[in-house]
Every structure is written in C-alpha cells, then in structure tokens.
Design a protein around this ligand. Structure first.
Ligand SMILES: NC(=O)c1ccc[n+]([C@@H]2O[C@H](COP(=O)([O-])OP(=O)(O)OC[C@H]3O[C@@H](n4cnc5c(N)ncnc54)[C@H](O)[C@@H]3O)[C@@H](O)[C@H]2O)c1
Length: 355
C-alpha cells in the first residue's frame, strides 16, 4: 500500500457527497481521494469536479481494475451494496459500506466471508456508535455500571419525516423503510451497548397508513404514489441470553414530536437513556440520576471516517464488524418475514432459509 490511503467512491449521491467525501478530506495527508464511480455519468462528473477527484467512472469494476485503490466507500442504494463491496474486497480494497449491510442474510454473509478470505476490513456506516452519548454510555456499560442489561427499548420515530429525495421510499432498491433506514441506527447502537447478544427470535408488524397518500412533508414532498415501503415498524426481539428489545421506527406517525431517536437500556444495576444521556441507579438508599455536564464533541461522521482510515492504515479492527452486519441483517429479514406471516420468526430458521 502507498503511504497515503488511496480511496475510491462507489455511488456519488447524497451520502457520498455530503458525508463521506468532506470527511475524507478532513483526514488530510492520510488520504488521497483517487477515483469515483457512479452509474449516472453526470453525477460522477459533478462529484469529481466538486471534490477534485482525478479519475471518474460509470463502471466501478473498471475503476477497481485500473486505479489500484486501497479503500472504498460503498454509497449506492442498498440493492447494490453486496455486489460493490464484494468486488472491492476481491480487488484488494478495504471497504466502508453504508448501512444497512445488504438486502438479505445471504448477501451480508457473502460480504463477511469475502472480507475474511481476502484479509480486508469490512465495516458499516453505523455512525451513531460515534455519538458522544453512545460512546460515553458504552464506557459506563463496559464498566458494569448497568449490570446485566436484560431489556432495551429503541425508538426512531418521525411525525412526518418521509424523505422527499433519493430512493428511501423504494422497496425494490432499499429493501425496506424506516426500519432499515433510521431504526437500524438505534438498533445497532443498542446491540453495541449490549455487546451484540445473539438473537433468538423476532416478532414484528409493519404498517403503511400515511406514506401512501398526499400530506404534510417535513422533509419535502415525497413520492406518495410510488411509496412501496412501510411507514411504521414495531416489534420485539428476544436474545439467546434472555434479554429482550422493543423496537419502534417510523417515517410518519401521529405523535407529538417531529423526530425522536433514542435507546433506553434497563439492567439489574442501572438503566439509561442515550438521547439525552441519563443514567438511573439505586445507591446508598437513594434513587439517583446521572447526567453529563460535559461530553466531548466531534462530528459522528468525522469520527466514523477517521476510524475507518486509521483501521486501514494500522490494521486495527474497526468497531463495527462484518459478523455484526450479519446479525443485524438477520434481525431485519426476520422482522419483515414476521410482519408478513404474523408469526414470530426463529433466527436459526432464517439463517437456514436465507443464507
Ligand atoms: N449513514 C446514514 O445516516 C445514511 C444517510 C443517508 C443514506 N445512507 C445510505 O447511503 C446509501 C446511499 O444513499 P444516498 O442517500 O446517498 O442515495 P442517493 O440516491 O443520493 O445516491 C446513490 C448513488 O448511487 C448511484 N448508483 C446506483 N447504483 C449504482 C451502481 N451500481 N454503481 C455505482 N453507482 C450507483 C446512483 O446513481 C446515486 O448517485 C444507502 O445505502 C443509504 O441507506 C446512510
């Protein structure tokens, strides 16, 4: 590998241009942004011009063949994550792939296996792990301050926050709706804080009650006629260690707050809410709440890209691993299967069917 990490981008849309590229630039001398590929030529060219990227492609296979890259950000719609990540890993690149990992368990497993076979880093864009609240809470959970965490609630609920841009409402390209887009961030954060317990079963329900008709859009006018995803997902996950997690995620729901993102944990020695961070304990015959007077702050995305770049340069494992990607993908697919059939889905069965 050259002294600088030679980075390429696959998919030059919103997340690549607003998040990955500006944060690669912040890494200064460690990184050389070498090439960009997007199936839409104008998008690739506009991105290359904006970020002064020398090599531009409409075919990422060609980019991987010609550019001798060290690392790739996969920023395509979810349908193309697996193929792009696998091609990049096979070409000898480390990969930061946007979330969710893939469309199904078979793809997430193949991605993890390819990374292992080629000895390359594969990590996912779960940037909430880098939120100061989650990082602080992780220090508390790791120190045993909550004891055994046996219950969690997660919420990622918007009142009218259906994205009016991109392909977020297209099931064919994304594989799902708020569950895989915003719910997955809180789900990953909760699992991370709980040390990624092995899921046993999932029981879920999905709804499409608001997104498929015209209405007030706090995130722009969405394509309500082509709306093919759920607008709300609710369910429960049971883990093999006895813990359980209740999940609620919505792009649109008739609730008071415009946008709630939270992870709540309950352990036998303490509990916590992440946003805002508060820890609940019983000590010296008192019930006490701990809230931080100060939290170190750096952009979540900046820390995510910095972590990926450092991992590529030092070989240190990133905090989000390919195995965790498979676990979260199993939960997602199990959830949708349960929503469709109305029955709880056993994780062991989904692994057999889908991978
Ligand atoms: N971490 C976050 O909070 C966050 C936020 C937004 C989006 N995302 C994720 O980022 C990914 C992209 O989302 P976006 O909002 O940037 O979408 P987008 O539609 O703005 O951009 C995707 C780009 O990929 C290109 N593309 C499609 N197929 C391709 C292919 N086979 N090869 C190369 N380019 C291809 C499209 O032309 C488009 O320019 C999704 O996986 C999404 O879930 C993550």
């Amino acid at each position: 590998m050259s002294e600088k990490l030679k980075v390429g981008i696959i998919g030059a849309g919103g997340i690549a241009s607003n998040v990955h590229l500006p944060n690669y630039i912040k890494q200064g001398d460690k990184v050389e942004i070498t090439a960009v590929a997007d199936v839409v030529k104008e998008t690739a060219e506009a991105c290359a011009e904006k970020f002064s990227i020398p090599y531009v492609y409409t075919d990422y296979e060609k980019m991987l063949e010609e550019c001798e890259l060290d690392a790739i950000s996969v920023c395509t719609p979810n349908k193309f994550h697996a193929a792009a990540a696998i091609a990049a890993l096979q070409a000898g690149c480390h990969v930061l792939c946007e979330k969710p990992p893939a469309m199904n368990v078979a793809e997430a497993t193949a991605m993890a296996e390819t990374a292992r076979k080629h000895g390359k880093i594969l990590t996912y864009g779960f940037h909430f792990r880098f939120a100061p609240e989650i990082m602080a809470l992780k220090r508390f959970t790791a120190a045993g301050e909550l004891g055994e965490i046996y219950a969690a609630n997660i919420r990622a609920v918007r009142r009218r926050g259906i994205p009016g841009w991109g392909v977020f409402t297209n099931k064919e390209l994304q594989g799902g709706g708020p569950l895989i887009d915003i719910g997955v961030h809180m789900l990953d954060a909760a699992l991370y804080l709980m040390d990624y317990p092995e899921p046993e079963s999932v029981f879920g329900a999905t709804y499409q009650k608001i997104g498929n008709r015209k209405g007030v859009g706090l995130m722009g006018d969405w394509d309500w006629e082509g709306f093919s995803i759920e607008d709300m997902a609710r369910g429960m996950i049971r883990f093999k260690n006895g813990a359980s997690l209740i999940l609620e995620s919505a792009f649109a729901a008739n609730v008071e707050k415009n946008d709630v993102m939270n992870v709540s944990l309950m352990g036998d020695k303490g509990g916590a809410d992440a946003f805002p961070l508060k820890i609940y304990q019983e000590k010296h015959d008192s019930l006490i709440d701990i809230s931080p007077a100060y939290l170190p702050k750096k952009g979540y995305h900046e820390l995510e890209i910095e972590g990926f770049v450092n991992s590529c340069l030092t070989g240190e494992a990133p905090i989000s691993t390919p195995g965790q990607g498979v676990v979260i993908q199993k939960i997602i697919n199990g959830f949708y299967e349960s929503a469709e059939t109305g029955d709880a889905v056993k994780m062991d069965e989904i692994a057999q069917v889908k991978s």
